[in-house]
Ligand binder design. Structure first.
Ligand SMILES: [Zn+2]
Length: 87
């Protein structure tokens, strides 16, 4: 898979560190209970289709990049600097 860093251009995905889904998680209250904390720490969506993920260009410029891609084809549909990405 090739990822286009907004600063460095097209690079191999192995230059990047995958962080996870680009949307912020809703942190439960401190007293929310074991089930809520278990969900927060361990459960993630695993969509079949388009997703937006956060990647770190570890082997390049060190920028955080939001990558829009299809989990079905691994085709990258777009990238943008995380600092400019919509929530
Ligand atoms: Zn870069």
């Amino acid at each position: 898979m090739r990822i286009t860093c907004p600063h460095c251009g097209e690079r191999d995905h192995r230059e990047f560190y995958y962080k996870g889904h680009a949307l912020a998680l809703d942190r439960p209250a401190a007293d929310a209970g074991e089930a809520a904390w278990d969900d927060y720490v361990h459960l993630r969506e695993n969509p079949a289709g388009v997703t937006r993920d956060l990647w770190y260009h570890e082997g390049g410029c060190g920028a955080w990049v939001v990558v829009t891609r299809s989990t079905l084809t691994h085709k990258v549909l777009g990238t943008e600097p995380a600092s400019e990405a919509r929530a």
